[in-house]
Design a protein. Sequence first.
Length: 198
Amino acid sequence: MYAEDSKQLIPTLERAGAGISNPKRLFATYMMFPLLDTTISWERAWDIYDSEGQKILQLASALDNESLFKRVLVPKLFGLEDNSRYYSVAMVLQHLLSVGEALQKRIPPLSHGKKLDGHVAIEDVKPYTHIDETIVTQFADFLQGYRSNMEKNLGDIHIDNTSEHPWFGAFNPKQWSILGMVHQIIHRRQIEAIIERL
Protein backbone atom coordinates (compact mmCIF):
# COMPACT_ATOMS: atom_id res chain seq x y z
CA MET A 1 0.00 0.00 0.00
CA TYR A 2 1.21 3.49 -0.81
CA ALA A 3 0.16 6.98 0.23
CA GLU A 4 0.76 9.85 -2.17
CA ASP A 5 2.35 13.18 -1.33
CA SER A 6 3.26 16.05 -3.65
CA LYS A 7 6.57 14.49 -4.73
CA GLN A 8 6.36 10.70 -4.58
CA LEU A 9 4.49 7.62 -3.52
CA ILE A 10 5.34 6.75 0.08
CA PRO A 11 4.76 3.22 1.36
CA THR A 12 2.22 2.82 4.15
CA LEU A 13 3.97 0.84 6.86
CA GLU A 14 3.18 -0.26 10.39
CA ARG A 15 3.87 2.14 13.25
CA ALA A 16 7.37 2.37 14.71
CA GLY A 17 7.85 -0.17 17.48
CA ALA A 18 5.08 -2.49 16.29
CA GLY A 19 7.70 -5.22 16.21
CA ILE A 20 8.17 -8.36 14.19
CA SER A 21 5.55 -11.06 13.69
CA ASN A 22 4.68 -13.27 16.67
CA PRO A 23 6.11 -16.45 15.10
CA LYS A 24 9.43 -14.73 14.40
CA ARG A 25 9.50 -13.09 17.82
CA LEU A 26 8.80 -16.41 19.58
CA PHE A 27 11.43 -18.17 17.47
CA ALA A 28 14.01 -15.52 18.35
CA THR A 29 13.07 -15.42 22.05
CA TYR A 30 12.89 -19.15 22.77
CA MET A 31 15.18 -20.70 20.17
CA MET A 32 17.60 -18.36 18.41
CA PHE A 33 18.84 -16.22 21.31
CA PRO A 34 19.16 -19.13 23.80
CA LEU A 35 21.10 -21.10 21.18
CA LEU A 36 23.41 -18.18 20.46
CA ASP A 37 23.90 -17.60 24.18
CA THR A 38 25.24 -21.14 24.60
CA THR A 39 27.37 -21.23 21.43
CA ILE A 40 28.76 -17.69 21.01
CA SER A 41 31.10 -16.06 23.51
CA TRP A 42 30.77 -12.35 24.17
CA GLU A 43 34.23 -11.86 22.62
CA ARG A 44 33.05 -13.61 19.45
CA ALA A 45 29.85 -11.57 19.44
CA TRP A 46 31.92 -8.39 19.54
CA ASP A 47 34.23 -9.73 16.81
CA ILE A 48 31.22 -10.29 14.56
CA TYR A 49 29.75 -6.90 15.51
CA ASP A 50 33.03 -5.26 14.44
CA SER A 51 33.38 -7.23 11.20
CA GLU A 52 29.78 -6.55 10.21
CA GLY A 53 30.34 -2.89 10.98
CA GLN A 54 33.34 -2.83 8.65
CA LYS A 55 31.26 -4.42 5.88
CA ILE A 56 28.59 -1.77 6.43
CA LEU A 57 31.19 0.99 6.35
CA GLN A 58 32.65 -0.34 3.10
CA LEU A 59 29.21 -0.48 1.47
CA ALA A 60 28.26 3.02 2.61
CA SER A 61 31.61 4.58 1.70
CA ALA A 62 31.21 3.50 -1.93
CA LEU A 63 28.00 5.56 -2.37
CA ASP A 64 27.70 9.12 -3.58
CA ASN A 65 25.67 11.52 -1.45
CA GLU A 66 22.48 11.17 -3.48
CA SER A 67 22.54 7.38 -3.22
CA LEU A 68 23.48 7.51 0.47
CA PHE A 69 20.36 9.52 1.32
CA LYS A 70 17.89 7.95 -1.10
CA ARG A 71 15.11 6.05 0.67
CA VAL A 72 14.31 2.62 -0.77
CA LEU A 73 11.59 0.13 0.12
CA VAL A 74 13.10 -3.31 0.73
CA PRO A 75 11.29 -6.64 1.02
CA LYS A 76 10.55 -8.13 4.41
CA LEU A 77 13.78 -9.35 6.02
CA PHE A 78 14.14 -11.54 9.10
CA GLY A 79 14.37 -9.37 12.21
CA LEU A 80 13.43 -6.13 10.43
CA GLU A 81 10.14 -4.64 11.48
CA ASP A 82 7.83 -3.32 8.79
CA ASN A 83 8.33 0.32 9.78
CA SER A 84 12.07 0.05 9.06
CA ARG A 85 11.75 -1.21 5.48
CA TYR A 86 11.72 2.27 3.89
CA TYR A 87 15.12 3.69 4.82
CA SER A 88 18.11 5.19 3.10
CA VAL A 89 21.59 3.86 3.87
CA ALA A 90 22.18 7.08 5.82
CA MET A 91 19.10 6.34 7.93
CA VAL A 92 20.37 2.83 8.66
CA LEU A 93 23.74 4.27 9.76
CA GLN A 94 21.99 6.77 12.03
CA HIS A 95 19.92 3.95 13.55
CA LEU A 96 23.03 1.80 14.09
CA LEU A 97 24.76 4.72 15.80
CA SER A 98 21.79 5.23 18.14
CA VAL A 99 21.60 1.54 19.01
CA GLY A 100 25.37 1.19 19.40
CA GLU A 101 25.53 4.18 21.76
CA ALA A 102 22.61 2.73 23.74
CA LEU A 103 24.46 -0.60 24.08
CA GLN A 104 27.55 1.24 25.36
CA LYS A 105 25.38 2.87 28.03
CA ARG A 106 23.55 -0.34 28.94
CA ILE A 107 26.07 -3.20 28.97
CA PRO A 108 28.79 -1.85 31.34
CA PRO A 109 26.39 -0.73 34.13
CA LEU A 110 24.54 -4.04 33.94
CA SER A 111 27.87 -5.87 34.17
CA HIS A 112 28.55 -4.04 37.46
CA GLY A 113 25.20 -5.07 38.93
CA LYS A 114 23.44 -1.74 38.50
CA LYS A 115 19.68 -1.72 37.96
CA LEU A 116 18.71 0.32 34.93
CA ASP A 117 15.67 2.54 35.10
CA GLY A 118 13.49 3.33 32.16
CA HIS A 119 11.79 1.39 29.41
CA VAL A 120 13.68 0.65 26.20
CA ALA A 121 11.55 2.11 23.40
CA ILE A 122 12.18 1.07 19.80
CA GLU A 123 10.77 4.40 18.66
CA ASP A 124 13.60 6.24 20.41
CA VAL A 125 16.24 4.81 18.07
CA LYS A 126 14.38 5.42 14.82
CA PRO A 127 16.31 7.71 12.43
CA TYR A 128 13.50 10.16 11.75
CA THR A 129 15.62 13.21 12.50
CA HIS A 130 18.08 15.38 10.60
CA ILE A 131 21.03 13.27 9.47
CA ASP A 132 24.31 15.07 8.95
CA GLU A 133 26.21 14.59 5.68
CA THR A 134 29.16 13.33 7.75
CA ILE A 135 27.18 10.27 8.88
CA VAL A 136 29.62 7.81 7.28
CA THR A 137 32.55 9.41 9.12
CA GLN A 138 30.54 9.46 12.34
CA PHE A 139 29.83 5.75 11.98
CA ALA A 140 33.50 5.01 11.23
CA ASP A 141 34.61 6.93 14.33
CA PHE A 142 32.04 5.13 16.46
CA LEU A 143 33.17 1.70 15.24
CA GLN A 144 36.79 2.51 15.98
CA GLY A 145 36.05 3.19 19.64
CA TYR A 146 33.09 0.87 20.31
CA ARG A 147 34.91 -2.13 21.67
CA SER A 148 37.64 -0.33 23.60
CA ASN A 149 35.09 1.98 25.23
CA MET A 150 33.01 -1.04 26.22
CA GLU A 151 35.88 -3.18 27.53
CA LYS A 152 37.47 -0.50 29.70
CA ASN A 153 34.19 -0.13 31.61
CA LEU A 154 33.24 -3.83 31.73
CA GLY A 155 32.61 -5.84 34.88
CA ASP A 156 31.13 -9.36 34.90
CA ILE A 157 29.48 -9.81 31.51
CA HIS A 158 27.81 -13.06 32.64
CA ILE A 159 26.28 -11.53 35.78
CA ASP A 160 22.65 -12.42 36.49
CA ASN A 161 21.53 -8.82 36.16
CA THR A 162 19.10 -8.02 33.38
CA SER A 163 17.14 -5.32 31.67
CA GLU A 164 14.17 -5.78 29.39
CA HIS A 165 14.14 -5.66 25.63
CA PRO A 166 10.61 -4.72 24.49
CA TRP A 167 10.35 -7.67 22.09
CA PHE A 168 12.55 -10.42 23.53
CA GLY A 169 12.43 -10.07 27.32
CA ALA A 170 15.16 -9.88 29.94
CA PHE A 171 18.80 -9.85 28.76
CA ASN A 172 21.97 -9.91 30.82
CA PRO A 173 25.10 -8.06 29.58
CA LYS A 174 26.32 -10.96 27.43
CA GLN A 175 22.89 -11.42 25.88
CA TRP A 176 22.72 -7.70 25.04
CA SER A 177 26.10 -8.14 23.31
CA ILE A 178 24.66 -11.00 21.25
CA LEU A 179 21.63 -8.88 20.41
CA GLY A 180 24.00 -6.15 19.15
CA MET A 181 25.73 -8.69 16.92
CA VAL A 182 22.43 -9.94 15.46
CA HIS A 183 21.19 -6.38 15.01
CA GLN A 184 24.34 -5.46 13.06
CA ILE A 185 23.89 -8.47 10.74
CA ILE A 186 20.21 -7.64 10.08
CA HIS A 187 21.00 -4.07 9.08
CA ARG A 188 24.01 -5.05 6.96
CA ARG A 189 21.58 -7.22 4.99
CA GLN A 190 19.16 -4.29 4.79
CA ILE A 191 21.88 -2.00 3.39
CA GLU A 192 22.73 -4.62 0.77
CA ALA A 193 19.03 -4.82 -0.17
CA ILE A 194 18.81 -1.02 -0.42
CA ILE A 195 21.89 -0.80 -2.66
CA GLU A 196 20.54 -3.54 -4.95
CA ARG A 197 17.48 -1.36 -5.56
CA LEU A 198 19.11 2.06 -6.01
